[in-house]
Design a protein around this ligand. Structure first.
Ligand SMILES: [Zn+2]
Length: 194
């Protein structure tokens, strides 16, 4: 019986494109969480040669070419500190994350979609403050009305989260794939508890 990790390692050896490097800032915290800062192996190796990054950890896999023979970096750190942005990108994933992947009206975690709190036909815009996670059922029930008109309570007021707030929320929702050498540089509560 082959272990999943052995299988993954074998797959990576065949496909170095499956060897992204986790990019840390100069203070050794991830450059970004959402999305997690990952560079393709080519970009990571290029940055090493340009002396823009230090290698922190490596994959076992190597790249061979006439000019290069080295292990593929799995964690790299920028030499120059980059000031992180205060606010995260307004993306579907980040919006779901802000709302903990739950309908703000009934708490359901199924068939999630996006609800314009003030409907577009009433001039509601697509923004952090006017879009919330809703299940399909509540979305249909609410229709083109405001929560007040539909007599539907929201469990939280939609706000534009800071990167810090979203990062804090994200500890409960780690990405599906994390290489073992990345663990020391990420602090997902789930990993710490298990
Ligand atoms: Zn709902």
């Amino acid at each position: 019986m082959i272990h999943a990790s052995e299988f993954e390692a074998a797959e990576r050896a065949r496909h170095p494109e499956n060897c992204p490097a986790l990019v840390l800032n100069a203070d050794y915290t991830p450059l970004s969480y959402y999305p997690l800062s990952l560079w393709p192996w080519q970009a990571a190796i290029k940055a090493v040669f340009l002396e823009k990054v230090d290698i922190v950890e490596n994959y076992e896999q190597r790249v061979h070419s006439p000019s290069v023979d080295m292990q593929i970096p799995s964690v790299i750190a920028l030499k120059q500190y980059v000031k992180p942005s205060e606010y995260p990108a307004f993306t579907r994933f980040n919006l779901f994350l802000r709302d903990k992947f739950q309908c703000v009206y009934c708490g359901s975690e199924e068939n999630l979609t996006f609800d314009h709190v003030i409907p577009r036909r009433l001039g509601g815009i697509t923004s952090w403050e006017n879009v919330a996670t809703a299940c399909l059922k509540c979305n249909l029930k609410k229709g083109g009305r405001t929560p007040e008109q539909a007599h539907m309570q929201m469990s939280m007021k939609p706000i534009r989260p800071t990167s810090w707030q979203l990062q804090d929320r994200g500890r409960s929702f780690p990405p599906n794939h994390l290489h073992e050498t990345w663990m020391d540089w990420l602090y997902w509560d789930i990993e710490l508890e298990s």
